[in-house]
Each structure stands twice: as structure tokens, then as C-alpha cells.
Design a binder for this molecule. Structure first.
Ligand SMILES: *[C@@H]1O[C@H](CO)[C@@H](O)[C@H](O)[C@H]1NC(C)=O
Ligand SMILES: *[C@@H]1O[C@H](CO)[C@@H](O)[C@H](O)[C@H]1NC(C)=O
Ligand SMILES: *[C@@H]1O[C@H](CO)[C@@H](O)[C@H](O)[C@H]1NC(C)=O
Ligand SMILES: *[C@@H]1O[C@H](CO)[C@@H](O)[C@H](O)[C@H]1NC(C)=O
Ligand SMILES: *[C@@H]1O[C@H](CO)[C@@H](O)[C@H](O)[C@H]1NC(C)=O
Length: 486
């Protein structure tokens, strides 16, 4: 009798897998996260790995193959995507250098108790129009050399090279009015076709980053509801399919683009998706919560998209806030974490999509902070010289993170004095509270009172290793000279 039930169960499973569209077969289920490390004060990698484990996160995507990170991941079973940064793509066009890279960053960790490397990301959004075609002809040869090196090392069946792409590989929304019209951008369509063909030959996934927040950021007429998952008042009709969110529309535009070049059945990974919590009028906790409250249950229920039902492999962006990231794309860039810079959750979130309070994110443990001291505009300071004040604020914000001060951000409501204190404190914290870093030509003073105001948190940085100290000291020593010349 048991055998009968077992066989029926098996049969059902087989039928279900046949029903699957094919765009998402073959993977172990579960959410991954992007672990970026562009922070001035990094949590120790071991602390982060413990945090991943405590939260049941079994997959990470890195932006390099940093030794300290890799050794912290060693011996865990966490699946890892290591990465080759764009500025190394040229080197990877050289076959020997590619072989060497694979040896040093993949093969080296391939032993029992090593690192479970499953993917190599070759470049990061190399075809972004902002890069002026710098990587257009470098990406495919690099991908080919890396996968071939993996194959030669005997790792080809377990480690796949892929290229995380930005959604602009299929042009602007006006180029693709409906998802079924999706095509790759004409200027890169040859390169895209080569890449897709090669990925397919090697059973490797296509990786796409999807950012509903950026759709909203880029276009003030973008319907807000369409960025989230709770239904849109004006769905986009694509023949008989109603699209109610831009995530689905974006994913299916890719699927149509792949179909158009003959590979509609490729596995697709979402390499990055998430919502920032500060640094823009739409970057806040409320919207981030609304976004994840829609995304996570949708993923957990394997709803897929209209053209690709079933499980989708997804890596959230990102794990921890990074106060050292470039803000060229916008102030929000430093606020993508589901955890703050210190590894504490920003808001309750259940990654399994069940909204179960027992599964809410748990913070990093044993985090070491600097003392509870803040730097502020000295009460009664002579601020009649407005240029002097502005120059000092400017200096502080050049070398620390003031992105929360912008319009609509968490500290956007501060008055001029509050602004100055915020800037001074951020510089003081990033300088590890060295006493000289809270002077600003006599305008600033240290306090042990928490000077946070309303929604604006004046943070205390975490304690850091010595590697940053030299840079910090030089900044502090340089300050009087730099100010002399502004
Ligand atoms: C690859 O490994 C080498 C040797 O450990 C290291 O120096 C290099 O930074 C690694 N590459 C990346 C992108 O992390
Ligand atoms: C791309 O070109 C623009 C305009 O010529 C320039 O301002 C920008 O710095 C360039 N970006 C890169 C990454 O080369
Ligand atoms: C890439 O290569 C093609 C074919 O060789 C060439 O026509 C094109 O100008 C190159 N593009 C860039 C940006 O170098
Ligand atoms: C505070 O600083 C921000 C960012 O530098 C600026 O946009 C804003 O106008 C300032 N507000 C006041 C009241 O000075
Ligand atoms: C300072 O006060 C804010 C707002 O009350 C609070 O969120 C924050 O945790 C406090 N910081 C410290 C270091 O106690």
C-alpha cells in the first residue's frame, strides 16, 4: 500500500514538473542575497556568515571573491556566486589570465570543507548605457574564457558562469510597450545573441537585475501601484494577459527577448531585486515594506510570472547598507540593505514569505560599537560666517555619508543647525570618533547626549579594524589644508 502511494506521489511530481514552463526548472529552492562590501566600516565576515545562517539564508551573490569573505564562507554549505568586476573583464579576454583567475578564486576553494561555489558572475551590468560601450566587446570573450577554464578544471557541470545584466539590455519601456514585444537593444543584439547561445550550450542561467524602484525613480509619471504587488488600478494589457506589476512585465519582456533569439527555454535568475529605505522620496521603510510584503509571498508561492509559472531563482539586493558606494545613480544607493550597516534588521521581515513573527529577521550578534558619543554644532558657535560653515559641512559630507539629508529622506526635515550637526557627526563616526575629527575650525563639539531628532537617526558607527585608521588619520590631518584652499 505504501508503495502504491509513493508511486502515485512520484507520478504527480513528474506530471507537475512536465507542466512547468521550463524557464525555471533545475534549481534548489530558496532566496539568495547580494552581499556587497562597499562600507567604510564592515562587519567581520564571520559575523555576517553567522547572520546568514541564523536567518536561514542558503545562497549569496558576491561582487568579487575576496579572501576574507571566502574563508568565512568555507565549511558552510551556503551556495556562492563569486564575481569578476567589470574592470577585470579586459584581463579575462586573455585565456591564461582567465585560467589563472579560476584557479585562484574557484578551484582553490573546491575541497571538502571549502566553499560551495556554484556560479561565477562575469562582470556586473556591463552593457549599461552609462558605461559608454566600454565593456560591450569584452564581455563575451571573458564569459567564454571563464566557462572554458571551469570546464577544463573539471568543474563545468557544477559551476556555471553567467553575466548579470541590467534591464536596459532590452531598451527603454517605450521600445517595449508590452512584454511580448521584448527584444534586445539593437546596438548590442549581436553580443547578446552570442552570450545567450553560449550560456545555453553550457546549461548556464541568464541573470537579470530588476528594479521597480528605478522605474519609479526615472519617470515621475510612472504609476506608483505598478511598482508594487498589491494590484494596479490600470493594468497593462498584453493581448489577453493583464500585467499588474512591473516586476512581472520586466521578467516577461526578457523572456520574449530570449524567445526572439531562439532561446525562450533558458533558466533565468533574478540577480538583484529590492527596495531602498532612504535617500529618496520613494526610498523609505514604508515603501520597502510594501514591496517585500508583496514580493516574498509571491516568490514563496511559486507564482512566477504570466509567461513563466513556477519557481524563480532570486537574489535580494541587498544584505547590508553600504556607506561607501558611489552615489552617481542617486543618494538611495547606500540604503538598499534589508539590514542596517550594523547588521540589525530595518523592519520585520519573514524571508519565507509567510509573515510569521517567529521567522522575522534576526540581527547580527556581538556587534562592537564605538562609544555613545556624538559630534554636534557647538551651542553658541559663531555661525555668522556662512561660507565657513558651508565649507565645513561640505568637507564632512565629502568624506562621510550625508545621503539621509536630501529632500524626502529621513533627515530631510532638519534645519540648518541640525544639518551641520548631522554632517559633523557622520564625519566624526566615520573617523572612528578621533577627537580631532570633531573640531571643524572650532564650530563643533562632542556630546554624550543622543542628538537624534524625529525620523533622523544620528548613528554611532561600529568599531572597525585598523586598516581604515591610516586613511582616517590622513583625512583629519589634511582637513585644515584643504579648507584653506576651498
Ligand atoms: C582572486 O583571488 C586572488 C588571490 O587570492 C585575489 O588576490 C583576488 O583579489 C581575487 N579576485 C577577486 C575579484 O576577488
Ligand atoms: C560616458 O560619456 C559621458 C559623455 O561623454 C561622460 O560624461 C561620462 O563620464 C562617460 N562615462 C564613462 C563611464 O566613461
Ligand atoms: C565592437 O566590435 C564591433 C565588431 O568588431 C565593432 O564594429 C564595434 O565598433 C565595437 N564596439 C566598441 C564599442 O568597441
Ligand atoms: C540641509 O542639507 C541638505 C543636503 O546638503 C540640503 O539639501 C538642505 O537644503 C539643507 N537644509 C537646510 C535647512 O540648510
Ligand atoms: C538614539 O535615539 C534614536 C531615536 O530615539 C534611537 O533610535 C537610537 O537607537 C538611539 N541611539 C543610540 C546609540 O542609543
Amino acid at each position: 500500500m505504501t508503495t502504491f502511494w509513493f508511486l502515485s506521489y512520484l507520478l504527480i511530481l513528474i506530471c507537475l514538473s512536465l507542466l512547468d514552463d521550463g524557464c525555471n526548472k533545475m534549481f534548489v529552492e530558496g532566496l539568495g542575497v547580494n552581499w556587497g562590501t562597499m562600507a567604510t566600516h564592515k562587519l567581520p565576515p564571520k559575523t555576517v556568515v553567522k547572520m546568514l545562517q541564523d536567518n536561514g539564508i542558503k545562497k549569496v551573490k558576491l561582487f568579487d571573491a575576496d579572501e576574507a569573505t571566502m574563508s568565512a564562507l568555507a565549511g558552510t554549505d551556503i551556495e556562492v556566486m563569486v564575481a569578476i568586476p567589470n574592470n577585470e573583464l579586459l584581463d579575462m579576454n586573455d585565456n591564461d589570465k582567465a585560467k589563472n583567475w579560476v584557479r585562484r578564486n574557484v578551484t582553490r576553494y573546491n575541497f571538502k570543507g571549502g566553499v560551495n561555489v556554484k556560479y561565477v558572475a562575469v562582470g556586473n551590468e556591463p552593457f549599461l548605457t552609462a558605461y559608454n560601450n566600454s565593456f560591450v566587446n569584452l564581455t563575451f570573450p571573458a564569459l567564454r574564457n571563464i566557462q572554458n577554464a571551469l570546464n577544463d578544471a573539471g568543474l563545468g557541470s557544477s559551476v556555471k558562469a553567467t553575466v548579470p545584466m541590467n534591464a536596459d539590455v532590452y531598451g527603454s519601456p517605450t521600445d517595449n510597450p508590452v512584454p511580448s514585444a521584448g527584444r534586445f537593444r539593437p546596438d548590442i543584439s549581436d553580443q547578446m545573441t552570442q552570450i545567450v547561445q553560449f550560456l545555453h550550450e553550457n546549461n548556464a542561467p541568464f541573470t537579470i537585475n530588476i528594479y521597480p524602484f528605478l522605474s519609479l525613480y526615472a519617470d515621475s509619471h510612472f504609476p506608483v501601484d505598478f511598482a508594487f504587488f498589491d494590484g494596479a488600478s490600470q493594468p497593462i494589457m498584453d493581448k489577453d494577459i493583464a500585467y499588474t506589476n512591473v516586476f512581472d512585465a520586466n521578467f516577461d519582456t526578457l523572456l520574449s527577448s530570449l524567445k526572439a533569439v531562439g532561446y525562450g527555454d533558458m533558466p533565468i535568475f533574478v540577480g538583484e531585486v529590492g527596495w531602498p529605505t532612504d535617500g529618496d522620496k520613494n526610498g523609505n521603510i514604508g515603501y520597502a515594506q510594501r514591496f517585500y510584503n508583496g514580493l516574498l509571498p509571491k516568490l514563496a508561492q511559486n507564482k512566477g510570472t504570466p509567461l513563466c509559472r513556477g519557481y524563480i531563482e532570486v537574489y535580494l539586493f541587498g544584505l547590508i547598507d553600504e556607506d561607501g558606494k558611489s552615489i552617481a545613480p542617486g543618494n538611495f544607493e547606500r540604503h538598499w540593505g534589508i539590514f542596517r550597516f550594523d547588521g540589525q534588521p530595518k523592519f520585520p521581515m519573514d524571508l519565507s514569505g509567510q509573515n510569521d513573527p517567529n521567522k522575522w529577521l534576526v540581527g547580527a550578534q556581538d556587534v562592537k560599537y564605538q562609544p555613545k558619543k556624538w559630534c554636534m554644532l557647538k551651542p553658541g558657535a559663531d555661525i555668522s560666517d556662512s561660507k565657513k560653515l558651508a565649507d565645513n559641512i561640505n568637507y564632512a559630507c565629502t568624506f562621510s555619508d550625508c545621503t539621509a539629508l536630501g529632500y524626502g529622506s529621513s533627515c530631510g526635515g532638519l534645519d540648518g543647525n541640525g544639518n551641520a550637526s548631522y554632517a559633523f557627526n557622520m564625519f566624526f563616526q566615520v573617523s572612528d570618533q578621533s577627537p580631532r575629527s570633531c573640531n571643524f575650525q572650532g564650530l563643533a563639539t562632542v556630546t554624550d547626549q543622543n542628538i537624534s531628532q524625529g525620523t533622523c537617526n544620528f548613528p554611532i558607527q561600529i568599531a572597525t579594524s585598523s586598516s581604515w585608521k591610516l586613511l582616517q588619520w590622513s583625512l583629519v590631518f589634511l582637513m585644515p589644508f584643504v579648507l584653506l584652499f576651498i
